[in-house]
Design a protein around this ligand. Structure first.
Ligand code: SF4
Length: 102
């Protein structure tokens, strides 16, 4: 009984955190490629249009949806990213700050 209570008490903060993250995703504005923060990291909405000759850090398959900083589920169309000021980025987008999701 005590273990169950402990488990439930640990579950509450985690559930609240997930709920807060989902609300943040729903409320955040979508970033524009022309935003200063987006331009600063070479963000584009469509990773397939990245100029690999210019951006050596880009490789096919790298996109926001599989980036460590993406605060959405990998399959979400849009998700919040701290690199662009907590605005939503396209799941199929990319920028120079991309980090492989652990
Ligand atoms: S840091 Fe990651 S999620 Fe954010 S814009 Fe760059 S590639 Fe996308």
């Amino acid at each position: 009984m005590t273990q169950r209570r402990t488990f439930l008490l640990q579950l509450v903060p985690a559930t609240l955190a997930v709920g807060a993250s989902l609300r943040a995703n729903a409320q955040a504005a979508k970033v524009e490629e022309s935003d200063a923060a987006a331009k600063g990291v070479g963000y584009v909405h469509d990773a397939s249009k990245v100029n690999a000759a210019t951006y050596k850090g880009y490789a096919k398959g790298r996109m926001c949806g599989n980036c460590q900083l993406y605060q959405g589920k990998p399959a979400d169309a849009w998700g919040v990213c701290p690199i662009v000021g907590m605005k939503q980025v396209n799941g199929k987008g990319w920028c120079t700050a991309w980090v492989k999701k652990a």
